[in-house]
Design a protein around this ligand. Sequence first.
Ligand code: SAH
Length: 396
Amino acid sequence: MPDIPQVILKPRKAAPFFGRHPWVRNTAIARLVDDPADGAEVDLVSDKGHWIARGLYNSRSRIRVRLYRWTQEPLDEDFWRRQISSALALRQTLGYDDPAGAARLVFSESDGLSGLVVDRFGRHLVVQPTSLGIAQRLDRLVPILVELVHPAGVTLRTDAATARIEGLDLAPRHYWGQPAEDVIFIQEHGIRYGVQLVSGQKTGFYLDQRENRRAAVAWLGGRRVLDVCCYTGAFSLSAAILGGAKEVTGLDSSQAAIAMARRNAELNGVTCARFETAEAFHALQERVEAGQRFGAIILDPPKFARGRRGVDEALRAYHRLNHLAVDLLEPDGILVTCSCSGGVSREDFAAMLFGVAVKSRREIQVLQQRGAAADHPLSVTCPENEYLKCFVCRVK
Ligand code: SAH
């Protein structure tokens, strides 16, 4: 085997990597032996010369090395196939393999594939590389996916912020097989949704909220529901169809999302849901001033903080949003409140709700604490991947 360039760690920096943490940041690295090219395989070695793991190098990212293998073997076709097969097997076990449904098939570090996200929407795959090493290997990884999943087509998506951070020069495009139609139809819990794989948010649909949408409906029967940041209406339609909500209003600042939410309501013959393009804080404030009341409010805002930076500011924004929602809830109203900011911990989020309870002089009972759906597993060696919190509360 040719010599593989080495990344030598600084003293006392090796423990997390022996513990299988997959991200080697620039600050942990002392020096390089045989300059690796960006995207190349490297060996991670401690300052004492102990071999630790094998990974992929990227000089442009603060995460200099992403680790994949803790045995001295190459990152070859067999290895990638094994990792992908194992990820697929989990989704099968979960019953997330309904051909008309959608699921996250590969979730990056959580599946031992740092930098690779793959979602299935019906017969189409959306592949989203979030690291340079993975992006460079798409011509090897996609054929494995095609062989194991037999999709009709594969679409490539990139997240602009991640692309910048990683130095990815990759345009979203049709990648393999049949091009996806502008709108693809999937179903979740028996409800049909149109999904735009290319122009929609994220990879087209918020798959991480799947089980939370179903769980929340247990408390929504007969209520007037306000779904804030509703995107294409999935919580709203779940509330109306599965939960028997009396009336649902969905709000989102994206006109395209609202247009799709209306189409989705129509597609499912739902007549008790209406959707409005509106800015969340503004729309809630207006309703507070107008003295409106709701039986249940769902808050699923976008990420307010990227990483640990900006956490305090994010918590202030969560506080404001949740306080407005509590003011709009009738006694014993239901608040389904979510945060997808990774930097905001579960404890931070609970403390924020405590603050809201004190300030609004309402008692808040947490009925259930939830996370992302089971096709978004969490690797204990990469706790940074836990991002979604969903609290179902009763506000007295
Ligand atoms: N609840 C949705 C997912 C919501 S994702 C679902 O289950 O599918 C967050 C949404 O917030 C996005 O649709 C985004 O368009 C919207 N958004 C972002 N900023 C907003 C703002 N200031 N006011 C209202 N909506 C906003």
